[in-house]
Design a protein around this ligand. Structure first.
Ligand SMILES: NC(=O)c1ccc[n+]([C@@H]2O[C@H](COP(=O)([O-])OP(=O)(O)OC[C@H]3O[C@@H](n4cnc5c(N)ncnc54)[C@H](OP(=O)(O)O)[C@@H]3O)[C@@H](O)[C@H]2O)c1
Length: 375
């Protein structure tokens, strides 16, 4: 090899830990923590916006919490709202009526304190904004909005109204990720060299499905990339620079992209997000003294494989609690009970950094949404 400027070593000090804890351990994922369904304070009164697939899963887990009460559900359609409310024992349901959207009626309900928003991401901004303006605390699905400007507006609104706001990146609250980060930080595997994380599945080609609908914020980036990115951020933090390679389909939606993140000291992360191909959905952390791999899926890993060089391999397993959304619901509950406006585990500046990163990747891909008004 030639060249006058040799690459710097992976890090200056071979024995140092990889860096600060980039994702803080929430109390519910601390070692020895009680089950996340256990009450930690007064009961909160919840509303759920929309009746789609993730709303069903989260509603199931919400009912497990000892200090949660599901008060109402909204939908664009009154019958769907009533059906969902019936399935989960909510006394009230609201559909669009009188020129007011179903969620508008839900937000006018004085008994509702906190709302969980599970519409497509193209609609998160308007719905979350309406919730905050009505004085409700908000837990909103990922991606928080379709661009950073919209997220910044929501953060500012929550800040000035004294309300809790959090992007529901549930992986950040799971014991498995914090165990993985602790193993890496312990130095057992040496220093981190690079990380690889893939999330993909062949999504049925239905242009009406939100995943293929530009107005819903469809595409692989906003739907999938947040999970591989969560592992990159947890292990290495936010990157120095980011490059995306991918393509857009005839509707302008991104079916797939490869994202390369670069970090100081020569560290790298390679992320793959695909709505086209099936793959093992793992994150692998390569270190100077071994490697660690999550079980599949990386957003809710059932296990960790730990492979130290020169020592025995081991597997650590994790029992889910319900569908495992109870952890983010516990943290939301704790924060509101304690008067926190943001969770230290999913702080506003991480959501904003993520959305800015995505804005930059979108510019590289030429990816635009029709409702990108606040871009
Ligand atoms: N955390 C997770 O594990 C996870 C998993 C999947 C998805 N997600 C996120 O959750 C959100 C929803 O995903 P999903 O898979 O549940 O989608 P989905 O099954 O399509 O459900 C979305 C629901 O939103 C409502 N909706 C649809 N289009 C709308 C529009 N134009 N305006 C307002 N409401 C609309 C519909 O409910 P009504 O007909 O009742 O109004 C629909 O059922 C997305 O942001 C996604 O990224 C998270």
């Amino acid at each position: 090899m030639t060249g006058s400027s040799p690459r710097p070593p992976i890090s200056p000090a071979a024995t140092s830990a990889p860096g600060p804890p980039f994702i803080q351990v929430p109390p519910c994922a601390a070692e020895g923590a009680p089950s996340p369904v256990r009450a930690t304070g007064r009961t909160l009164r919840w509303g759920i916006v929309s009746t789609g697939s993730v709303a069903e899963l989260v509603a199931h887990d919400l009912l497990m919490l000892e200090d949660a009460q599901l008060v109402g559900v909204s939908s664009r359609d009154a019958a769907r709202a009533a059906g969902f409310a019936g399935r989960y024992g909510a006394p009230r349901s609201y559909g669009d009526s009188g020129g007011v959207p179903g969620h508008g009626h839900l937000f006018a309900d004085p008994d509702v304190e906190v709302v969980y928003i599970a519409t497509p991401h193209g609609q998160h901004y308007e719905v979350a904004r309406a919730a905050l303006e009505a004085g409700k605390h908000v837990l909103c699905e990922k991606s928080l909005t379709i661009n950073a400007a919209e997220s910044a507006e929501l953060v500012q609104l929550a800040r000035t109204r004294g309300l809790f706001l959090m992007e529901a990146v549930w992986t950040r609250f799971l014991p498995a990720i914090h165990r993985a980060l602790a193993v890496i930080r312990s130095g057992e595997l040496g220093e981190v060299a690079w990380l690889h994380a893939d999330l993909g599945f062949p999504a049925a080609q239905d242009p009406r499905w939100r995943l293929w609908d530009p107005a819903a914020g469809g595409g692989a980036l906003l739907d999938l990339a947040v999970y591989p990115l969560t592992w990159a951020v947890g292990i290495l933090g936010f990157p120095q620079s980011a490059q995306a390679a991918g393509w857009l389909n005839h509707d302008g939606v991104d079916p797939q992209e490869a994202i390369t993140l670069t970090y100081p000291g020569g560290r790298q992360a390679q992320l793959m997000a695909s709505l086209v191909g099936s793959c093992p959905r793992n994150a692998t952390v390569s270190c100077t003294g071994g490697w660690l791999r999550t079980g599949d899926p990386l957003h809710n890993p059932p296990l960790l494989e730990i492979h130290p060089v020169g020592a025995e391999d081991r597997v650590e397993r994790f029992e889910p609690v319900g569908h495992n959304y109870a952890y983010e619901l516990r943290e939301t509950t704790r924060c509101i009970q304690e008067g926190l406006q943001q969770s230290p585990t999913m702080p506003w500046d991480h959501t904003l950094a993520t959305m800015r990163l995505f804005d930059g990747l979108r510019a590289q891909l030429g990816l635009k949404y029709p409702n990108d008004h606040h871009h």
